[in-house]
Design a protein around this ligand. Structure first.
Ligand code: NAD
Length: 387
């Protein structure tokens, strides 16, 4: 089965790509490479080859011959979208719908879309796929619009599936520290303290990126009538948490870590989700990663790679910072197109958090230390490195 994975060089794509290869799919990635400087550790897994291309520049011809497209390539969180709603709508809504339309025209049978539970926005009830969306941000609005427009493209040859992922956490070579659990683990390790300015009362469902990737593969392999045109929340009922509970879990995983909780709320987004439908439609799927295990994964990883404050605060691991850097240095235009060719970019030294550091140096640092402990870590299956 021939698969195209967009966003292959992203946080989730870097986990899903190797799983597709390991499962025997003929997979190819596509990614414009916004965050390619960031490579926190080398997991030594084999990755699909990645075509450097913006989804806004893909043609129907490019898509012919693929059996399925897994679509992850978007601007992936609320702060990014809030900073530039117009670009967000161009990439996350219009380009995603256009890609789905071209997939249908190219006879791609299945289109699996990485949607988000953030469409539920706020509410005290437990949100099911039938609950009315209440998107509070441009990012969430785009997810709602893509689901609506792509569902309308469904026909007997074209099957869209919408996976509404809970808030992600977990270690990835393309690490992100702009996600709450990951961010708190970074603080716990680098300063030994978690200082929450808010009261941590908002609810959110959480899911590990390994489980998100498994759900995508289950949706790819599921019988047509189980998933055709369906939206599925991705996660597990037991992992609806208030932010302060996540802080407590993280503090517990990092010995000696202090924890202070603030008293303002400041965030209107608060929702819990039900995951009954995914259990029913994708019986092969189950969440293997708890938040406790995720926090423990970070503690071990940080120990193995000698994680530092500089790494924690490096721009490539925080999406907004990296895009701001690429724009302010003229590498990306205001509408997020590269200003130089791929060949020219390949010749340029990588500037990484103020130091000259090539991607291969980052990879070598990660893999050398990681390999020594390969037997004790679930991060490091043995196979060729694939930066
Ligand atoms: N991480 C989460 O908490 C979470 C939760 C729910 C849903 N999702 C969704 O899952 C998907 C992947 O998320 P992620 O966390 O891996 O994000 P990410 O930002 O780490 O990765 C996205 C990748 O897409 C690429 N990309 C962005 N715009 C592109 C374009 N125009 N053309 C080609 N490539 C482009 C980027 O270079 C990046 O490598 C996104 O659609 C996101 O909205 C993520």
């Amino acid at each position: 089965m021939r698969i195209l994975l967009t966003g292959a060089d992203g946080y989730i794509g870097a986990i899903l790509g190797p799983k597709l290869v390991e499962r025997g799919f003929d997979a190819i990635g596509l990614d414009t490479g916004f965050y390619r400087r960031g490579w926190l550790f080398d997991d030594r897994r084999t990755r699909p080859n990645v075509i450097t291309r913006d989804v806004r520049q893909v043609s129907v011809e490019d898509l012919r011959g693929f059996d399925a497209v897994l679509h992850l390539a978007e601007l992936s969180n609320d702060p990014l979208a809030a900073q530039d709603p117009e670009i967000t709508f161009a990439i996350n809504h219009r380009a995603s719908v256009n890609l789905a339309r071209m997939c249908r025209d190219a006879k791609v049978a299945r289109f699996i879309y990485a949607s988000s539970c953030s469409i539920y926005g706020a509410g005290s009830d437990q949100k099911t796929e039938e609950s009315a969306p209440q998107p509070l941000t441009a990012y969430a609005q785009c997810k709602v619009l893509v689901e609506r427009d792509v569902a309308n493209l469904r026909d007997e040859h074209f099957t869209p599936v919408f996976l509404r992922n809970a808030t992600a956490f977990g270690a990835s070579p393309r690490q992100r520290f702009d996600l709450v659990l990951n961010n708190l683990c970074g603080w716990a390790w680098t300063i030994g303290e978690i200082r929450m300015t808010s009261d941590g009362t908002p609810w959110r469902p959480f899911v590990h990126i390994e489980d998100i990737a498994d759900a995508m593969i289950c949706a790819l392999e599921a019988p047509l009538d189980a998933v055709a045109g369906e939206a599925l929340n991705v996660g597990v009922d037991s992992q609806n948490y208030q932010a302060r509970e996540i802080a407590e879990v993280v503090a517990g995983a990092f010995p000696g870590c202090g924890l202070t909780i603030g008293d303002s709320s400041g965030d209107d987004r608060s929702y819990r989700a039900s995951f009954a439908k995914i259990r029913d439609r994708l019986p092969a799927f189950r969440c293997r990663w708890s938040v406790e295990r995720g926090a423990e994964q970070f503690r071990r990883l940080f120990d193995e790679i000698g994680f530092t404050k500089e790494m924690f605060h490096a721009a490539p691991y925080t999406r907004l910072s990296e895009l701001q850097h690429l724009r302010s240095t003229g590498q990306l235009s205001s509408n997020l197109h590269w200003t130089s060719s791929d060949d020219e970019r390949a010749q340029m030294p990588s500037r990484y958090n103020g130091h000259d550091l090539s991607l291969s140096e980052i990879a070598v640092t990660g893999s050398g230390q990681a390999m020594e402990k390969a037997g004790s870590s679930n991060l490091m299956p043995a196979s060729a490195a694939g930066v």
